[in-house]
Write a protein that binds this ligand. Structure first.
Ligand code: RM4
Ligand code: MN
Ligand code: MN
Length: 426
């Protein structure tokens, strides 16, 4: 199933007039405030978020998994699904592969397919949190941190293999997320575990091509219950520094304890030129749970404010690898990803509305109330017409969800692939 331009134009027709009305009204009021609307729209058009190859099937919990039917059962179908997302939203122009869940069989064919759909290969993700079929060593007690040299070597080699796979596809970064940690007090020596991890990461780093970067995730909990080796941004930052210039920290929204000030973490990492990647999701309890923006849209906006500030003021920080990292068991995964993309663009657009100079003056004057007013004025602005305009100018759908439903995409996929297909992933 491929969505053609004329399908999208057709579905746009109905809502075009109301879009124009809302857009004109908004531009009028923003222009009066001195905002450069065109610039914001261009920034929105440029902002592309990678879709992880594991998010296209329904997610599960340890109690069960409910299929959404018509799920992609191979990498080719997954890329086609991303093609649908990208055609509708014009924001999903990249895929992030998880290895070994999605190792390409025919590299040229996969590259051609992605190319034809305008999809790039973003960061490749290694997986040393599960044992793979036929593997000699087990990751039950950790991978890069393991007390056994043989296990560590196997995990290092896996990461080097992942780099090779990514290199053939045009990826430029490796994301490392470790499940390593311990379940009970006394199980691990914290210092040895961290030192082993640092040494292993350095070995992987040695195999990194010159124009690549290594992105190190942190997470305070799960799947281990007592301790995690790379538990927080400080540990990730320390490891990135120990590895070298091409190693960075990666912030995943779901990888924080309640009430963590994520926007401050983002800001500090960017000021040190060490924020390399960003994973979007939202959560009430845990990780990867919910659609980004569905629970804490204001927090997302505050984070984007720091991201925008950093992108404008921290030339020492590289371009970020953006990825959605969420999976659910009750929503159509494609609809969920569309909602995620919309929430991301919305928070970004609102952050772009903030007048950083005005904010700075208010900060210098210690005008706390004004500072809050500036932020909240941007947050309260309904920027959806700007998102619509950006999509329209790029050939996307005015309302991607509406278009997805009116084109009956899921049923089309079920017809093509059958009902009981299962995607690789968690
Ligand atoms: C982890 C982490 C990684 C993701 C895996 C599936 O919690 O966020 O980025 O690849 O989940
Ligand atoms: Mn992640
Ligand atoms: Mn995660």
């Amino acid at each position: 199933m491929k969505i053609e331009q004329n399908h999208i134009q057709e579905t746009n027709k109905k809502d075009l007039q109301s879009h124009h009305d809302h857009f004109d009204f908004l531009v009028n009021s923003l222009s009066k405030k001195g905002k450069d609307v065109k610039n914001i729209i261009n920034k929105l058009k440029d902002f592309q978020v990678a879709i992880p190859s594991w998010a296209l099937g329904a997610g599960g919990t340890r109690f069960g998994r409910f299929s959404f039917y018509g799920e992609p059962s191979n990498l080719e179908q997954k890329i086609k699904d991303i093609g649908i997302l990208h055609a509708l939203t014009q924001t999903a122009g990249a895929v992030s592969l998880h290895i070994p869940w999605d190792v390409p069989e025919d590299y040229n064919a996969i590259k051609d397919l992605a190319n034809g759909l305008n999809i790039k290969f973003d960061a490749v993700n290694s997986n040393t949190f599960q044992d793979q079929k036929g593997a000699k060593e087990s990751y039950k007690y950790g991978s890069l941190s393991n007390t056994s040299e043989a296990v560590r070597q196997q995990a290092i080699q896996h990461n080097l293999d992942v780099i090779k796979i990514g290199d053939k596809l045009g990826s430029k970064s490796l994301t490392v997320w470790l499940a390593d940690g311990s379940c009970f007090p006394g199980q691990n020596n914290f210092q040895t575990a961290l030192q082993n991890t640092e040494n292993s990461l350095k070995d992987i780093y040695k195999g990194l091509p010159n124009d690549w970067s290594m992105l190190i995730e942190y997470k305070p909990y799960e799947p281990n219950f007592y301790s995690t080796v790379i538990q927080d941004w400080g540990t990730s930052f320390m490891l990135a520094n120990a590895c070298g210039d091409k190693a960075y920290s990666l912030v995943d929204l779901g990888h924080h304890l309640p009430n963590s000030n994520i926007e401050q973490i983002v800001s500090i990492l960017m000021s040190k030129g060490k924020l390399g990647g960003f994973h979007f999701n939202d959560s009430k309890y845990g990780d990867d749970d919910l659609t980004v923006g569905s629970i804490k849209p204001y927090a997302l906006f505050l984070i984007f404010n720091e991201l925008v500030y950093g992108m404008q003021n921290n030339p020492q920080n590289p371009d970020l690898a953006w990825m959605i990292d969420a999976s659910h068991n009750v929503k159509d995964p494609l609809e969920d990803l569309i909602q995620s993309l919309e929430a991301i663009q919305e928070a970004y657009a609102k952050a772009l509305l903030i007048d950083q100079n005005e904010l700075k003056s208010a900060q210098l004057a210690n005008d706390v109330v004004k500072c809050q007013e500036i932020l909240q004025d941007a947050f309260r602005t309904d920027v959806r017409p700007l998102l619509e305009k950006a999509r329209l100018e790029s050939g996307g759908a005015l309302s991607p969800i509406k278009a997805y439903r009116s084109l009956d995409v899921r049923n089309g996929l079920i017809k093509e692939r059958g009902k009981h297909t299962v995607a690789t992933g968690l």
